[in-house]
Design a protein around this ligand. Structure first.
Ligand code: NDP
Length: 375
């Protein structure tokens, strides 16, 4: 299970700060793009825990998850995270603010916050059960934020945290890769041209890995410019055929899912600890459809069955999940400021154009990230 599900939050005191309002894009029900509503009267975030900070948002990154959450994806699991005792009625998440990436400036710190102070420039990936960054202000825990790279604008910085902490969780925590064990490792990224892929290519190249990427023909030059050593066009025919002709891999990061599991594990070096890590898992769909208890049971049974099936063939099957982490962003900031990783911003939108930004992400075919400039 992702770490954030194992530690449901505690209820503690409410801040004495006078409640006021702020501009934000909210949804009042799940649906398509027409549920997005701009308001000047969204609730101002409140510091409820002494380790929290309020951040003034300068730029917000969008992810495919925002489009899915707009439609209700993951709502059962998020409801349990927001209200572990299940004492609130359904629908109390509304008005819900989407947006998982933030770059901005700290406006206020809780009493226990030690490493940050007001006016610090920070970036963060916001956990999906919290109010998001498509607003003037957002509240976050100090362990979720990190000082923003000095070499980047807020717009560039907002393109990185969610995909970077996802790639970090999948490649480092689940895949076992580190900056000092990647040289000579062969890594295959299925789907290299989107948000996660463009970040993962750069991080793995900075660590010395040999990186093979699948993408469509018109993204080949784009991923090579980011450092990919070998590129395979998935639109030219069954992609597994050219991949089978290559030397086998130490790790596969799957950003695509679907039928890739049928053939991808056969591309790994058996009996060497090689791992296949997929980001496309049925976990939230199971809990949406079956409820939390049955959904988690089905999820556990599915992943255990698959892991055992592949273990007997000498390869490891794993699910990767986004994990919010200020410390991971600290390490990523060093790589950014050292010039090893750049932001790949495909398109920017103004705060008044949030529905157009969602339409862009929803169309797919991303070549990097979509960012909304808030102020
Ligand atoms: P994006 O939409 O940014 O990128 C997806 C990319 O894949 C696009 O560039 C698309 O371009 C390309 N693509 C589509 N089909 C194929 C294919 N068959 N082979 C190779 N490339 C293909 O998504 P993200 O990078 O943000 O996320 C990737 C996946 O990871 C998503 O499914 C997302 O839901 C999941 N994810 C899961 C998380 C978790 O916690 N488990 C966290 C974050 C992401 P084109 O169509 O033009 O080829």
């Amino acid at each position: 299970l992702p770490a954030w599900l194992r530690h449901p939050c505690r209820l503690i005191r409410s801040s004495s700060r006078a409640m006021t309002v702020m501009p934000a894009w909210v949804i009042d029900k799940y649906g398509s793009n027409d549920v997005l509503r701009f308001t000047n009267n969204a609730s101002f975030p409140v510091i409820n825990y002494p380790n929290e900070v309020i951040v003034k948002v300068f730029a917000a990154g969008l992810n495919p998850l925002d489009v899915s959450m707009r439609g209700g994806y993951g709502s059962s699991t998020m409801a349990i995270k927001r209200d572990p005792m299940n004492i609130m009625q359904s629908g109390t998440e509304f008005p819900l603010i989407l947006g998982r990436d933030v770059s901005g400036v700290i406006m206020e710190c809780g009493l226990d916050v030690k490493y940050f102070k007001e006016r610090d420039e920070v970036w963060a990936a916001i956990p999906p059960w919290k109010q998001g960054s498509l607003a003037e202000f957002v509240v976050l825990s100090a362990n979720e934020i990190s000082h923003k790279p000095k070499s980047m604008s807020h717009t560039e910085a907002a393109a990185i945290p969610y995909v970077a902490t996802t790639a970090w969780s999948a490649l480092v925590n689940t895949g076992g890769l580190r900056k000092d064990n990647c040289v000579k490792k062969r890594v295959l990224i299925l789907g290299g041209s989107g948000g996660v892929g463009t970040f993962a290519i750069q991080m793995l190249k900075a660590w010395g890995a040999h990186v093979t990427v699948t993408c469509s023909h018109n993204a080949e030059r784009f991923v090579r410019d980011l450092g990919a050593d070998h590129v395979v066009d998935y639109t030219a025919g069954p992609v597994e055929e050219p991949l089978r002709l290559l030397e086998k891999f130490d790790l596969i990061l799957d950003n695509i899912g679907g039928d890739t599991e049928r053939w991808a594990l056969g591309l790994l070096k058996p009996w060497t600890g090689a791992k296949y890590v997929t980001l496309v898992t049925p976990f939230l769909l199971n809990t949406d459809r079956l409820g939390i208890a049955d959904g988690m049971m089905k999820t556990a049974a599915t992943v255990a069955t698959k892991a055992i099936k592949h273990l007997v063939k000498g390869v490891h099957y794993r699910w990767g999940f986004f994990a919010p982490s200020g410390p991971a962003l600290d390490e990523i900031r060093e790589m950014v400021d050292a010039g090893q990783i750049r932001a790949v911003v495909e398109e920017t939108f103004s705060f008044s154009q949030v529905p157009q930004a969602f339409e862009k992400v929803e169309k797919g075919h991303a070549r990097g990230k979509t960012v909304v400039e808030i102020s």
